[in-house]
Each structure stands twice: as C-alpha cells, then as structure tokens.
Write a protein that binds this ligand. Sequence first.
Ligand SMILES: [Zn+2]
Length: 863
Amino acid sequence: MKRLLVLALLSLVICLSVRAQRLPDTVTPESYDLSFTPDLTKATFAGSETIRVQLLKPTSTVTLNAAELEFQEASITAGGTTQSATYAFDAEKEQVTLTVAKQMPAGPAEIRTTFTGILNDKLRGFYLSKSERRNYAVTQFENTDARRAFPSFDEPAFKAVFNITLVIDKGDIAISNGKIISDTPGPGEGKHTVKFSPSPKMSSYLVAMLVGDFVCREGGADGIPIRVCSLPEKKEMTGFALEASENILKFYNKYYAIKYPYGKLDHIVFPDFAAGAMENVAAITYRDVELLVDDKSASYDAKQQVASVIAHEMAHQWFGDLVTMQWWNDIWLNEGFATWMAWKPLEAWKPEWNMQQQEIGETLAALGADSLPSVRTIRANAETPADIAALFDGIAYGKAGAVLRMVEAYVGPEVFQKGVNAYLEKHKYANATAEDFWNQITQTSGKPVDKIMKSFTEQPGAPLITVKNECEGNKTEVTLKQERYVSDAAKMAARNDEIWPVPVNLLPSATKQPVYHLLTKKEDAFELPGCSAWVYANASGRGYYRSAYNPAEFAKLSADVESALSPEERVRVPSDAWALVRVGRMQIGDYLNLLQSMQSERSREVVQSMIGHIPQIHDKFVSAADRPAFEKWVRDFLRPIAADLGERPVAGEPAERQALRGDVFAMLAKYGRDPELVEKARATTAQYMKDPQSVSPDLAGKALTISAMNGDTALYDDFVAHLKTAKTPEEYGFYLQALGFFPQAELAKRTFDLVLGPDVKNQDLYALYFPFANYQTQTEAWELFKADFPTILKKVDAPDAVSLAQVAGAFCDAGLRDDSQKFFAQQNLPGTKRILQNAQDRVNACIQVRDLQQKNLAAYLER
Ligand SMILES: [Zn+2]
C-alpha cells in the first residue's frame, strides 16, 4: 500500500477498542468459491461462499473473521456428512464461530455460507465509490477488511486460491484478480454473470473486486496484457500511467528471476480512495492524483509521483503478493522492499530524472523520522487492527527501505540481487519472516548481513558516526566513534548504550577511492594509505547513519565538497550539518555559512537539501523581531541562484532545471518575501485561473500558494470557485492546498467548513492539515480541529485511529503541546499511544532547537 505523506497525517480514524484476536491455527483454508451480487443503487450486496479447508484435528466449531455481515445460512460438510451450523458473532473480535451438532473428523471439510452486507461509505471493505454520474462498487481490504466483504481467514499467512464470480448490471464491467473466463447473460433481466480464473495462492487482504462503467486503455509488455481502467470521462489522463507501467514491467522482468507471475495486470482508478494506492494481486487500485495526469499540462513532480507510485505497487507484486510477511510485525518486508525497489525501474526508464539522487533524499527523510527518542523499531508487535494500522509509517517504509539500500551497497548490487531472487524463489506463493530474508543475503554474500540487519531492525534510531583523521607520513590514522543520534540534546547525552554493526563507506581525500570499514564497536581506530586532509564518511551517500567531523577537518571537506563529492554525497552534507545544529553541536551561523559556500550548487536534490530547513527556521526558530533580517538573509542567499537560473526556461533545458527554478522562486517569495516575486506570483496566479495550460505546471502550484500567503477574501472566493471546476487532480490539489495558506484566521475557519462539508470528498480530509502547516493560522487550526472533532470522526472510519493524533506533533509551543496531548488522551483513540509520544517528542525537540539556537541566530543576523 502507498500512503501519501500528508495523508498519513490525517486520513483515517477510529474503530472499536479491540484486543488480541488471532484465529486458531487448527483450521487452514485451501480455496474459496465466492459469488457476489452488488446492488449499486441500494448500496447493498448479497454473497454466497464455499471455503475448502483442512481440519487439523477433530472439532465441532470453526472460527473465521467476519464483520458487519448478516448470515442467512451456514453449513459444514466433513467426513461425508453435511450439518447445518449455528453462528455466533463476536463484534469486538470481528469473528464468527460456526458450531455443528456432531464433532467432525480431522481432514478436508467445506464451509458454506450465504450472507448480505452493506456497500459502505467508509472507504474500506466492499464499499461504494461515487462520481457525479453514478455509483461504483469497489474494495480495499488491507489491512484487515476482507472480513467486511466475506467470512474469511483474514490473516496474511492463510493463503488460499480465490474463485470469484460477480453478478452485475448490463452495461457494467467487473475487474478482479483473475482473467475473465466466462461472461454470460442473467440470472434474470438486466444482469450478467462474470466468472474470473482461479487466483494464485494468496492472502485475503489482496483480493480485489470492482464494478462499474470503467473503460480501459490497453497495452502490454513481455506478452502480459496491461490495462489502465478509469471512469470514461478520465480516460484521456491514463496514457502516461500505461506507458510507465509497460516500462516498469519490462524492468522487473529482467531484475527478478521469476517473471511477472499473474498473467495480466490491471491498474484501476476511481473516486473515494483512502490510501494512495493498493497492490491487490494483478488489480492495483489508485486514488486519482496518484494515477491520472494530463500529459500536456502535468508538472515534472506530478509525473514522477505517478510513476513512483506505480513502480511501488508493481514491486509489491513480488514483495508482498508473491512472498508475504508471516504476520504484520514484519510489514516492512512488504513496504520497505517496495520503497527500496521502486526507484530502480525509474532510474532505468528516465535517467534524466536523477532518481538515484532522490533516493538519498528518502534516506535522509527516514533518518529524520528515526531521530525521535520514542521512535519504534522496524519490527514491532501488533495484534489488533488499530495496532496493525499504526505500523504503516515512515519507519516501515522509509527506514526499512533505507537500511536495505545501505546493505545492497555494502554487499554489491549484483550479489544483493542474487540473494533477493533466491529468497523469492524459496518463499513464493507462501510467507516469510525477516530472518528468512537476512539469512539468505548472509549466505549469498558471505558478509554478516544478518547481524547488521538484526541490529537496525530490532534497535530503534540510527547512529551518528564521528570521524577523526590524522596524517602521519604517507598514512592516515582514522578514528570512528558511534553513538545514537537523538533529536534531543539532553537525551542524546544521557544515553550511550546502543551499538550497531555499521558498514561505514569511507572516502579519503588522498586516494578518492571508497573503502568500507565495518564498525562493530563503540570506537575503532585504523590506518588508511595516503595522507588525507579529510575522510568523508558516507561515500555513495547510501549509508543509514549521520556523520560528524572535527571543525578543522570539516572546514577542509567543505572547501572540497563541490569538486570532490558526487551529488549523492553532497546531498548529505547540509542535512548532516542540520542534525548537529538541532542538538547544539553546530552553531546555526556556521550552518548558514555552509549553505552560502554551496551557492554554486545546481543539482536539484542537493539544493532542496540546502533550502529544506529554511521554512522551519523562518516559521519556528527565528524570533518575530528578527524575522525580517532572516528574510533578507534568504534573499541575499537565493537571489544569485535565481538570477543564474533565469526567469524563463531556455530551449532544450532539462526539466529538472525548470523544476529547480520553481523551487528557488517559491522559497524566495515565501521566506524571502521578495516583493517582486510576490507580484509575479500574483500575475502567474491570475493567468493560471484564466487558462491553466498557459502556465508552467512547475510554477503554478507554488504561485497559488504564494498568492494565498499574501491574499485576501476575494482571492479565497476565486480559489474556491476554481477548486469546484478543476479539470485534473493536480489542478484540484493546487487549489485545495493553497486554501490552507491564507493568513486570516476566518479563512482557516472557512477551509475547515469546506473540507468537512459536502463539496470535498472524505478522501481529501488531509486538506485540514494545511492550516496547521501555516504558522500564521496554526493556533486557530487547533481550536477548529477540537471543535470539529466529532464531525471529523464521522467523516472517517477505519482502524487507522492513529493518524489523527499526529496533529499533536505540528506545534513548537509548550501550551499547544500540553493542550493537544490532553485532548487526545481524553479521546482515547486505540493505537495512538506511541503516536502521541512521538508527537510530544517532536514538539519538545522543536522547542529545544529554538532555545538552543535563537540567540545564536540573532547574533549571526546582526553581523
Ligand atoms: Zn506499499
């Protein structure tokens, strides 16, 4: 599954307070025959089911998962006898227990049930999706919602074959995991019956069923038919997705020893989708913004986002679908792998996108998330749906992906690929654990990958490696020291017991040849050949650790950054420096000087790393009195870069440079308050509202936000009107985001009312986050959030109770911290304990950086 970044913050909420609820392991399913008749007008469905199981011991009861279903009848056949069964639901455990009068012998049995259910509006289970024209029936089952569509052994280790039949209205089509093997008229007038080929052995959370007037754009790769299916009125925006999918499939078929195993591949996009996308076997589903782009008007970033999400979901067809984690505690075996893998096909297909540099940005984001004192480990226990939902976070995706990236670089990409393929071959159509994976890579590589991965998987946080180097004759004495990096200076100083085996990739200035040193102790000293002025600690940029240097050596390294380091290495320099600023080990003035010394940098990822913390400094760390001086610093720093980039694209210029122009332009206008650029943003905004096609898409969204930051009620009204008539998901997203950035408190209230009203879909509730991200309306947003909380809860309903509580981490203020913690404690949302702790850490860290650096910043700006 793919979670959107902002979406992860606010998308989903609440369920019953449920406790440990695993099914007994004495009954195992082999296959399901499922037939559904959905009624799209009445929003109901009727189902019938036969499950072939093995009873591992004699019994008179069978327990399955089921929720919100009504049974009409149930029976079990075993040992040649059919008995009708009574059924007892346990709503809290989301289970039903069938009981027969006479004990059944061990061996094969068949469970038959008929049942009815509701096509709900909660975006999970079998649910209703609505366009302006009509209704659709669609599914979303991960993590624990197949049980809302049919009685099932709804745990990932209970893999089985699914034989699905859908009885649907004439004129509609149906899509599922298999190919259509028959499509016959009836039963009755106005219906037809669509039967799908048996699925491969797979987990219940990967079943998909979709019904409606979808139209499909058809293509293929390596003999596999590929379709991108959408509402008819959206078909013109599916061409790019099809092209991306074809190229990605060709790449994966080369990378994996097992060719794409499912015979066909469909991508389906429809309204009302809670996650970003979902990797159902051979029937991947998407929210509109993650799949639909207008090839002519889409921005550089929008196309990359669509291609990245498709690559992520397609990577899951192997990691997750073919080989599935044994239990949700190892969800990173799905999400970490898909996150790590998704860059590769795009690097091959679009080398000009420089994905290998963006990959390092992902490692840095993960290190940021992993720096909280209360952060969880990659592998974490989870029993209830709420606990399981809480695991879909930056640790399961970003950290797990980043650790894999480090290990791959350490053992070498070819060796890693061999190990991955051996692992997939061994566990295909079955389940695996983390040990299965790292033992395989250890065996293939002959390196201690098991020890490395175990420590990074089962220990929270990441190390900071401090490098010292001293030249003696023609040798360099290197000392490496490790400690856990925590974004809280006091807590970092107080603890010192963690040790990771870290493959440190060193780049000494004398030889410029990267060399690995496996650091297994707190501190280690050794010699390298040649006399080095500096030894850079993260050659290739792929290590999952921070690094620090002595000031004198860092000064020498800084002077050589541009000439001696690759973009993947350079991108880390400002980021690691910022980590030191946060804990008071570097003065913020030295950090700003470092940025200035990198002014000639033009790689977009590196520039983004350089300017990435300017918003935080501007909004949270600088005092109100010093803010104008900081804005002037931003102008002085960025104007030369902007001038060099020029105002308009030059013919033949790479798209990356155009996108970079937009980044620098936005930063100058937003945080440099450059009056000339604010005026230009206004003009661009007016032009965009008149004719979206006439404005560079890389500038449009940014111009709208800048205009909002300087805008009034009349402009707000214009944006609302344009939101309602937006033609593409990207255009819609631009307006929705911009609405959150007006400075007036009363407009924040209007944004809340709009998002919680009928004009904005439940799937877009994340828009409530923007007024929190806007420092001028943050306090107001919090008051609105509290007042509207009952409405927010009604709009969302999923076991992901966790997400809403993340709002408590948006502040940099003790009063708001305490109030938000108290508020969420009173709500008692299941699964939120760790999220609230993380949020508290985040606010405390912010307050601490401000206390540590605000005076230094003032002194620096006064120079
Ligand atoms: Zn995923």
